[in-house]
Structure formats: C-alpha cells, structure tokens
Ligand binder design. Structure first.
Ligand code: FAD
Length: 415
C-alpha cells in the first residue's frame, strides 16, 4: 500500500506535496518539499492523521497561512505538512468576555467578529493574514503588550494534538479555571515543535472608546532617556510606548493612550509634558501607518534589554550595523526593553553575526534571530545565542515528542 493511502483518515483531505508547499506566504522557499499535505477539518481528524503519522514515524510540520513559515531554522526533514486552515471557527461568549477559536482562523476574521460586539483580543495584528495558531506558535507580542501582557497571558485554555495523536486540553473557557499544569505557555512560542495547536480560548477586553497617540521626536540619546524616565514617573498609563528608529533618520517615540474621551485630553497633556525637550510632541487620534506590523522580508532579530537601556541599545545596534554597511531599522517597546531589528533584504551574514555577537556581549541583553535569510542560515550564524534552560527544554521535547518528529531542528539547540 502506498504511504499516502495509509494516511487517509476520515475528515481530512490528503494530497501529495508540491514545490509550492515549500514556499511561504510571500512565495519564498522556506524548507523541504513535504511528501504529503493533510488538511484536517476538525480536531478529531487532526488527531487521527497525527496518530497515523506517529505509527509510521513521519516528520510533521504544522502550517497556518505560512506568513511565519521561515521562522527559526528550516526543519531538517518533512514527510507530512499539516495545513490548519480547515480548523477555522469562532465561538464567542461575549457575556463572559471570552472567545474560543480554531487554530486555523485568520486573526483578521477574529478581530472583526469581536469588534462587532465591542470587544477585542488585546494583541496587535503584526500580520493581518496570520492564523491564531501561527501567532501562538511564534509567541511574539506587539506594542500593546505593555498594558495587557503578551499573547500567552491572554490564553486561558488550549487544545493540542500531541505527537502521538492524543488530544490534550489545558485550562478551559473560564478565566478562573487554572488548575493543573499550564501547558498553553509551553506551546506558545514553541514553533510547533511540541504539538499541533488545534484551538485556544482567550480572555477579551472591551474595545476602548477613544484613542490618543502622542508622537515625539527623540532629539538625542540623553533627551530620550530623560523622556522615558519622565514618562515612567507619570500616571498616564499608556497602552504602548513604541520606539521607531529607521536607518539614517531620527528616532520617534509613539505613546498610545486608550480610554474614555473625557479622560484622554488630560492624560495626553501629561504625556506631552514628559516628552518635552525636542520639537513639540504631536497628538493624534489614529495609530501611525503600519502600527506593529513587522517587515515581511529580510533578516529580523528580537532584542531584549533592561527597559532603561532601550534607547542606548537601539542606538548601538544602528551604529554597529552601519559600521558594517547595513541599514538596520529598530523598533519596539521602549518601555518593555523588547525591540525588533530589521535588516534590509540582502544584508550579508557577517553583518548579522556582528550585531548579534555585540548585543549578546552586553550585560542583561539578548538577541534572537527570528527570521534569517538563506545566506544567514548557510553561513551558520547562531540564531539563538545562549539559551538558559536548554537541558530542561530538551527534556521537555523528549517527553512531548520522543521521536523528534515535530518540526525537527526548528527550535533552539536543534530541538
Ligand atoms: C519575524 C516575525 C516576528 C513576529 N513578531 C510578532 C509580534 O511581534 N507580535 C505578534 O503578535 N506576532 C508576531 N509574529 C507572528 C507572525 O507575524 C504571524 O502573524 C504568525 O506567526 C504567522 O501565522 P501563520 O498562520 O502565517 O503561521 P505559519 O507561518 O503557518 O506558522 C508559524 C509557525 O507556527 C507553526 N504552526 C502553525 N500553526 C500551528 C499550529 N496550529 N500548531 C503548532 N504549530 C503551528 C508553524 O510550523 C511555524 O513554525 C511574528 C512573526 C514573524 C515571522
């Protein structure tokens, strides 16, 4: 019997993989061509096909819309690509400010359904086309993390299909239901190396009735430091304090305030007072264009540092990159010390390696290459740097996926 026939299970479309299946949403090659592609219609058929793959020792990679298919290292082998786009459903319990959603649901669709009920998942849509499962598997959060926490903090329950095809549930649909291990936190950001996320339940927030964005140019590093320190001392409670520093241009800070129209003017004045020093801050009622959206091309790195050092670290990244001929743009949450460094497409591996080594040598700083261009992979640039707890992570991998069949090699330490 041909292998494909052995993988035929109820409720799951199955076909042979093609060269197109090795491309990401933007048409770039991101890994091996899968032998087979399965598109389950629900959690049960996902479990069935995962069990069939386990029985035959096949390697498996989950894929939503493929907008982050080039995150981490390319998997070393790929027998079965599991397309999650059939797992698309939304169960909104508006009265409880809770939603349960299939992993293959596009975030854009979820946001529209919630907005119609005056609610939101407080997470900036870094890619409008991404699926909920893909967002969870990559585990990053956008600028508003400052106020409402990271995406994983908004998850109250998750259904996962394990490597052996068993369905595992963690948490539930009730905000207080938190008994047992919090498995959702393990799967968030694991890049699909521990299991396939089938669905998740999230706590929601009411849509804020009004918004103000205070934007100020950062005239110098010293000024910028004073601005951020003054902001920390105020009571305006921003939802986001976002730094945007394009290559060879001045840096700007965008401070987002959300709340009632009556309270916002005074809070915006408070923020303006903190940001004084350069040109007068501007107050707008809309988010800047491209808010939170990360560039779709080029090598992209995530830098963490003590919040008080966000500006000097960003300046230093730009400077080191410029010295090796790369025009890096740095943006991210200055108040959280969580920054993204975007290298223009075609930036050489040596420049990426230089910036990475430099950031990692600074006290309390880390740099992780989220998405690397092929030349960066080929040059063997270390994407992760030192990963604390790697032995524990290996033990967890061994326990969740003993055959190392889920996205093999994608995660830190070859996990
Ligand atoms: C460089 C980069 C930075 C990002 N930063 C942010 C950010 O700051 N804030 C933010 O909110 N989002 C961030 N993301 C998330 C991203 O922008 C996408 O929105 C999202 O991850 C892609 O969803 P997708 O459906 O296209 O997933 P895909 O590209 O199809 O999959 C992404 C990864 O998750 C795995 N995967 C997909 N579905 C599942 C599943 N159901 N179970 C297990 N594993 C699965 C895939 O194998 C792959 O490794 C970032 C992504 C990238 C590439």
């Amino acid at each position: 019997m041909a292998l494909a026939e052995e993988l035929v299970v109820e409720g799951c479309d199955l076909r042979a993989g093609t060269a197109e299946d090795a491309l990401d949403g933007g048409g770039r090659r991101v890994g091996p061509v899968p032998a087979h592609v399965a598109r389950p219609a629900d959690t049960e058929s996902l479990a069935r096909v995962m069990a069939a793959a386990a029985e035959r020792g096949l390697t498996v990679v989950a894929r939503g819309r493929g907008t982050a298919a080039d995150w981490g290292a390319p998997p070393s082998t790929l027998d079965l690509l599991v397309d999650t786009t059939g797992l698309s459903w939304i169960d909104h319990i508006a009265g409880d400010l809770v939603v349960e959603v299939g992993a293959g649901t596009p975030m854009r669709e979820l946001a529209a359904v919630l907005a119609a009920a005056g609610q939101r998942l407080s997470h900036d849509p870094v890619r409008a086309d991404a699926t909920v499962g893909g967002l969870l598997a990559t585990g990053m959060s956008g600028p508003r993390r400052l106020l409402t926490g990271a995406l994983r903090d908004l998850v109250i329950g998750m259904t996962i299909v394990r490597a052996d095809g068993v369905v595992a549930r963690s948490g539930g649909r009730v905000v207080k239901n938190v008994a047992g291990y919090d498995l959702a936190k393990l799967h968030t950001g694991a890049l699909g190396t521990l299991g396939v996320i089938a669905s998740a339940a999230f706590r929601l927030h009411p849509l804020p009735p009004a918004l103000r964005v205070v934007t100020a140019r950062v005239p110098s590093l010293d000024h910028g430091r004073r601005m951020l320190a003054a902001l920390r001392a105020r009571t305006a409670v921003p939802s986001a304090v976002e730094l945007d520093w394009p290559a060879n241009e001045p840096a700007h800070l965008h401070v987002v305030l959300e709340g009632t129209p009556d309270g916002l003017p005074a809070r915006a004045d408070d923020v303006c007072a903190a940001l004084r020093g350069g040109t007068a801050p501007e107050v707008g009622e809309e988010l800047p264009p491209g808010w939170g959206v990360l560039p779709e091309r080029g090598t992209l790195a995530f830098v963490t540092c003590p919040p008080a050092d966000a500006l000097p670290v960003a300046a230093w990244v730009c400077e080191v990159a410029r010295a090796v001929g790369a025009d890096v743009r740095v943006r991210g949450s200055a108040a959280d010390g969580a920054l993204y460094a975007a290298f223009p497409p075609g930036t050489g591996a040596a420049a990426v390696a230089e910036v990475a080594a430099g950031v990692r040598s600074r006290p309390d700083c880390s740099l992780r290459v989220l998405r690397a261009e092929p030349a960066v992979h080929e040059a063997g640039v270390d994407l992760w740097g030192e990963v604390p707890g790697l032995p524990l992570m290996r033990a967890i991998k061994d326990s969740f996926d003993p055959g190392h069949r889920l996205a093999p090699g994608r995660f830190a330490g070859g996990i």
